[in-house]
Design a protein. Structure first.
Lengths: 568, 568
């Protein structure tokens, strides 16, 4: 396409309210414009990238056996009442009334709609499993839209839903979707991890978020230095690497510790490392007291604790509860002699010897505390947060932390929607059963932003070949020069005929403006027709490496082929 | 794709509330499902057709130099206030508030949004013209949604907008868009006309609706038997074919006509044909009286009358006005001796000789009335509705009427939006000017329905090759028969490798069910593997012609190629 005709309004200045790179550059390079807070238009360059992402998503979803469909944005409130989400979803769900005063939701997600379709149309196990997807505009009224396309109020999502008679069938589709997602994000050139995430109230371990590693990510993930293991830090299991202490048990002793209460103070006061102190915390789990023990240098992971206790709610005990159950205030709590309260300890605690803990008496601690001899443990489990340097649970490498941008999510819903909405089928024996479901989402416009966020330098965007809006940027350095202009025109036709999607800067602008714009929009390969046009020599520049060199026109075809192959 | 895995819920019964063929068949064949009144989901087959239409639209729009972009559905109310449409658009515009209580419209159309973008980004004539389009979901809260996808509340539209500095540039783009639209609808296999339509308050003659000729159409169009001339019946010009009467003028005479008032009564009473009677009607045009004359066998076209008078409002005069200006009641009105009221006559009136007209006196008519001698005509113009048999205005053929479904619309907006919204540019002389605009819409989902409406028989849909969801329907007549099943599997692989998008009915259903479903979904070419599988013989059937014949497997490739070429 001739750039003189392209609607590509570039900006020299960094827009004031754009605070991350991708937002700044997509605005500056004329890929997007904001229409309202969190609401954007995709200009031609942005739309072309969006298309390429959508096509990759479509190809991989189709290959994985998912079928494309298209559901409406306007959703009857009745469906959301059936699932119970009309009230629980909160103000993020945009709502409106039609001219007949009927309530509608503006599609934030489509579990309700797809479930209503499938329950009406699928009555037999013979028609299962099914896996259906759509690529569609979604609406979520974020309280604080930010980071441009990364957290908007209207955005493009691919959402897929699967329906199953058997758990194994759901498991199989889940794995297929995970593989498809890996293929999609790989093809988009992203550095991502499939991260084990918390399933919340829904339960089950099969819930992965696809995270692009990024400094601006809002989620913290723990991943392995050497394998593809990755988990939300709340979810990362800790592999016990400590062995039992070889110290001989010494005599239990109660010592005065004055005002020292927290781990740091006690550590200093008694001159013992935090790792020799037992951190003792009283929780109320569904109203029952539970004494939780972890090592002083570890932090209790309440999600693990809650899952381990199979509790629906856990809260730190109040001062009143502490006094009631342990006869002391928080800050002096310890496990010694506790019998009426359940004691649950992190797996590292039984390995400690001659440890320090609170004495359930203000101003005192016990030293030389040893499990079994001095206190009971009712249950041992992995209760702490993972830390950097921990072993990777798969045995390969150690854990490091990074921030991530969530671009995809696969989730075993089970019967959370199919049960209240009565999505039933007849099984082999003619008995009514409730379907199991999975759901699988990709933030399509967010992926665009994530790619922009991870692929840029101080001069602008750097598109991977798979997503670039145009493949080759042909620049007539001085369009007013007849020789340059003629050769450029000729090369434009040649590049098109060779199958390149070519953007041809034929504008009557200064060379500096053209190069600045070219760097900004970031096409992978640039061909510049300048002063040596008369000699039949042009310059090729690779956006990513910055490498540039002169090429005789006669060799351009083979040079571009070579550079192309390097970039693929 | 294997049909056993395809989500394609077919229905045997005609759905009760579906009253046109396309709606019935798209539901029955499992292409769509209704989610709420006027709101539909596209199931996999429907989505595939939609995709093909979208791709045709995209290809032709790109070829015509339009650039694809994507604007949001959520539109700030402020923009609609600027254009004045927040109040004038009425309840069809769906509205909602966000969590901060700001008003938004749900995009029914995007003139406001695109104009706001262009006025912010384009400041110079050097950046014009621009032509931008999007393919997007639109929302219009129709009072009575009906005919399935033909008049829904949420639907898919291609809308394009062009911006210009010069009228000639707008004219050129308008013609380019008209050509692109013709290409698009031709490729969709539709029998359509580009129909001249009324521009309403906006003025200008450049407003064409693309109409598919259809009995269920809601608009009446007049088109030529021999050329591509077509116009909304309100807009079709009448070419004068009559010559002046050769009769010698007889003496003016006032006759008693008792209670005969309307044309039919007077015609019978005086035994003269309606074509010899002058129909005289008093209108008030912007408050001024105008006496309008047409031949008794013609009907006044008020749109032509209004345009001819350059009036902003015309109404038939009340009895009081008739008495006031002509001293008689409506029913006895005539032009003889009228001097204080403007007289405007259809072009056929001055050609009449010895005509009959009201005498401005109840119970009387004049006979042997002749223009000029007996009454004045201040203005002559084409004021009547076209009728079947009139000459086509382009001189080729005669006019016939048909009903049409509007699938596209091209419109020169001029400055209707750019003026109030201040979309300005600097011209060559550095002077501020207001841009001219065009807008160009295609109902994408409506086009799907129009194609279905026009391509079916009593057994189901009949897809044109360009839009068919799958190209070849391979049917294993009896999947439980090992020979048939093996040959079918083999042919499925073969057809795929030959590049056909093949639907393979591998279901363990009875042959009758398979054939019924196959007719219903209407793929163009069917290959049936039945009892002669063992002999290597299959049956080919063409959906449209119903023609079927046996083919040895070895010849299948060439037979399909031949049938394909016939269908293209």
């Amino acid at each position: 396409m001739r750039q003189s005709q392209l609607f590509m309004p570039t900006l020299r200045e960094v827009p004031a309210d754009a605070d991350v790179k991708s937002h700044q550059l997509l605005l500056r390079a004329g890929f997007i414009r904001q229409n309202a807070a969190g609401i954007y238009s995709f200009l031609p360059l942005g739309k072309k990238v969006l298309h390429k992402i959508e096509n990759i998503v479509r190809e991989e979803m189709n290959r994985a056996g998912s079928q494309e469909m298209m559901m409406p944005a306007l959703q009857l409130a009745e469906l959301w009442h059936e699932s119970g989400r009309w009230y629980s979803y909160g103000p993020e769900l945009m709502r409106l009334k039609d001219r007949h005063d009927r309530d509608f939701a503006l599609g934030a997600t489509h579990e309700e709609v797809i479930t209503s379709i499938i329950r009406d149309e699928v009555k037999s196990y013979k028609k299962l499993p099914l896996n259906l997807y759509q690529i569609q505009t979604k609406f979520r009224d974020e309280k604080r839209p930010r980071f441009g396309l990364l957290r908007g109020r209207e955005f493009i999502m691919k959402d897929a839903y699967s329906f199953h008679d058997k758990q194994e069938s759901l498991d199989e589709t889940y794995e297929t979707m995970k593989d498809a997602y890996s293929a999609i994000f790989s093809r988009c050139g992203l550095n991502f991890r499939a991260v084990l995430a918390d399933s919340g109230a829904i339960g089950g371990k099969d819930n992965h978020e696809f995270m692009v590693l990024s400094e601006i990510g809002e989620d913290l993930i723990a991943y392995s230095t050497e394998s593809d293991f990755a988990a939300n830090i709340e979810m990362a299991p800790v592999v016990l690497k400590e062995e039992a202490s070889s110290e001989s048990p010494l005599e239990l002793e109660k010592v005065e510790t004055q005002t020292a209460k927290n781990i740091d103070d006690v550590s200093v006061f008694l001159n013992v490392p935090a790792s020799k102190i037992i951190k003792s915390l009283l929780y109320m789990a569904d109203g029952e007291p539970v004494l939780v023990l972890v090592r002083g240098d570890h932090e209790v992971n309440e999600i693990k604790l809650k899952n381990e206790l199979s509790a629906s709610e856990i809260v730190m005990a109040s001062e009143e509860d502490a006094v009631k159950w342990l006869n002391t205030k928080p800050g002096s709590i310890g496990p010694v002699s506790v019998s009426d309260v359940k004691v649950i300890a992190d797996q590292a605690v039984p390995l400690m010897a001659n440890a320090v803990c609170g004495a359930n008496e203000e101003g005192y601690h016990f030293v030389n505390v040893n499990a079994d001899r001095d206190f009971k443990i009712d249950q041992t489990a992995d209760l702490r947060f993972v830390v950097e340097g921990d072993l990777s649970p798969d045995g390969k490498g150690t854990i490091i932390f990074a921030k991530g941008i969530e671009v995809g999510h696969v989730f075993k819903l089970g019967k959370v929607y199919s049960e209240p909405m009565k999505a039933q089928y007849l099984d082999e024996n003619g008995k009514n059963q409730i379907m199991s479901m999975g759901c699988y989402g990709i933030g399509v416009s967010r992926t665009l932003a994530a790619v922009a966020e991870e692929n840029n330098d101080e001069n602008g965007l750097i598109w991977p070949l798979s997503l670039t809006p145009f493949e080759v940027h042909l620049i007539a350095v001085n369009s007013k020069n007849a020789e340059q202009s003629a050769l450029s025109d000729e090369l434009y036709e040649q590049l098109k005929s060779e199958g390149y999607d070519c953007l041809y800067d034929d504008r009557p602008e200064r060379a500096g403006v053209k190069f600045t714009d070219s760097d900004l929009i970031g096409l992978p390969i640039r061909v510049m027709v300048g002063k040596k046009a008369g000699e039949g020599i042009v310059e090729v520049k690779i956006r990513k490496s910055g490498e540039s060199y002169e090429v005789p026109v006669s060799e351009l075809k083979s040079v571009l082929k070579r550079e192309w192959d390097k970039l693929v």
